[in-house]
Design a protein around this ligand. Structure first.
Ligand code: HSE
Length: 435
């Protein structure tokens, strides 16, 4: 039976995202009430320093440093966890569920590492978990995977799901700014994780891809299943060659069904300038996916920041509050029972860009191409730039046709061992199309 009893929200964390959620709940109170059918009230907020004066919390909200004041308060209907990190957040979520509270979380680390347990625990206690804010900031992607696209067999998910690195790569490619300056800007704008290594090393994107691929392929994919490389190896020369060859440089997150296996990988990639993801710049994220009914669909929007993430979190609060007000039971958890295996990275087949420095004298190119040829790595293009230093070295850039990862890695090792090769400077995968 519908009730107009106020729905009480306890907020755990008042940082960038928590502050955005508190403001949105206050600013939009009447629109939220109209949608939900009952008022939704922020009644308590957990902070690290409860004695500090705060101007960003509405009157009447209990500020506390004790998680029990929210988790064990029988008046709280929905616990919103925006602390981030694995612990104590995971413990708080499990305790809230155990106490019969619905949970909304933006915590990708907890959902990537413990999502199946959290969802099963919620089902056991007859409550809901909303985690739209855990992937893609303001982009609705969890909801579509759980509901609107549920009729599809998903065969591929290609995404840019870390706002920090996309912001940095865009600034480095378009404006030529240095890596450290780009990172400092992203930090100033509130995009980065508490430890920005999580962004630049691809950890954050791997968490998000684990969540997306679990839902897309109905299989438990943990963060540790995701192959991961960060953006640290990219040098200004790689951006220049990418532009010369007609590519954009992106940190991609790819999940693809290959027979009974799935690829799940996060790494820098060259994308053709015409690729839909190549045009996704700045803090924007995008997820394109292929379903047997929908064909290709792409969702795009700001992937980090207080207001976009609050958009996702408050949307989850509203949807759960609406069900609570209507007395509706929680929806069953997503099925994760397909048991698809993760394909070993060595079996990947894609195209590659290889940049190396070699001695500049007759016969060197022949030695390099022989290594590649012997390993059945076929060349698509070769660029040799003029001698770059007094020692007579040259920079050689090779792109390949589709080749097997194991063969390319063997080639890199053999090339590095050649006397005429000074260094293999970088190897970047080239993702040429949608399939
Ligand atoms: N640090 C994350 C990013 C925040 O840059 O995308 C959103 O999850």
């Amino acid at each position: 039976m519908a009730s107009r009893r106020p729905i009480s929200v306890g907020l755990m964390g008042l940082g960038v995202v928590g502050g955005g959620v508190a403001r949105a709940l206050a600013d939009k109170a009447s629109a939220i009430e109209a949608f939900v059918g009952a008022p939704v009230r922020l009644t308590a907020a957990l902070v690290a320093h409860p004695r500090r004066r705060r101007s960003d919390v509405p009157e009447g909200v209990r500020i506390t440093g004790d998680p029990g004041h929210i988790l064990d308060d029988p008046q709280v209907d929905i616990v919103v966890e925006v602390i981030g990190g694995e612990e104590p957040a995971f413990g708080h979520i499990q305790r809230a569920l155990h106490n019969g509270k619905h949970v909304v979380t933006a915590n990708k680390e907890v959902m990537a590492k413990h999502g199946p347990e959290v969802l099963a625990h919620a089902a056991e206690h007859g409550v809901s978990v909303g985690f739209e804010g855990s992937v893609g900031g303001g982009i609705p992607i969890i909801g579509p995977l759980l509901r609107e696209l549920a009729a599809n067999e998903i065969s591929a998910v290609n995404a840019i799901i870390n706002g920090t690195t996309n912001y940095m790569l865009t600034r480095m490619a378009s404006d030529g700014i240095e890596y450290a300056d780009a990172l400092a800007e992203a930090q100033r704008l509130g995009y980065t994780e508490a430890d920005p290594a999580s962004d630049v090393d691809g950890v954050d994107a791997a968490y998000k891809l684990a969540i997306l691929s679990s839902l897309a392929f109905h299989t438990t994919v943990r963060d540790t299943d995701v192959y991961r490389e960060g953006i640290g190896s990219l040098a200004p020369a790689d951006f220049a060659y990418a532009a010369e060859l007609g590519y954009a440089v992106k940190l991609v997150a790819i999940a693809k069904r290959v027979g009974d296996e799935i690829q799940v990988r996060v790494h820098p990639a060259f994308l053709p300038a015409a690729h839909p993801l190549a045009k996704v710049d700045g803090v924007y994220n995008a997820v394109e996916l292929e379903g047997d009914l929908v064909d290709w669909a792409m969702l795009q929007g700001p992937g980090a920041g207080a207001r976009p993430t609050a958009s996702a979190v408050v949307g989850d609060i509203m949807s759960i509050a609406q069900a609570v007000a209507a007395g509706a039971p929680p929806k069953p958890p997503p099925a994760l029972d397909r048991g698809l295996r993760v394909q070993p990275m060595a079996d990947l087949e894609t195209k590659y860009y290889l940049r190396l420095r070699a001695v500049d004298r007759p016969g060197v190119m022949a030695q390099i191409t022989r290594v590649l040829g012997d390993l059945h790595v076929s060349l698509a293009s070769v660029i040799q730039k003029e001698v770059v230093d007094a020692a007579g070295t040259a920079e050689i850039v090779i792109t390949t046709h589709t080749a097997r990862e194991s063969a390319v890695q063997d080639a890199v090792r053999e090339l590095a061992a050649l006397d005429v090769v000074i260094e293999v400077s970088n190897l970047v995968r080239v993702e040429d199309g949608r399939s």
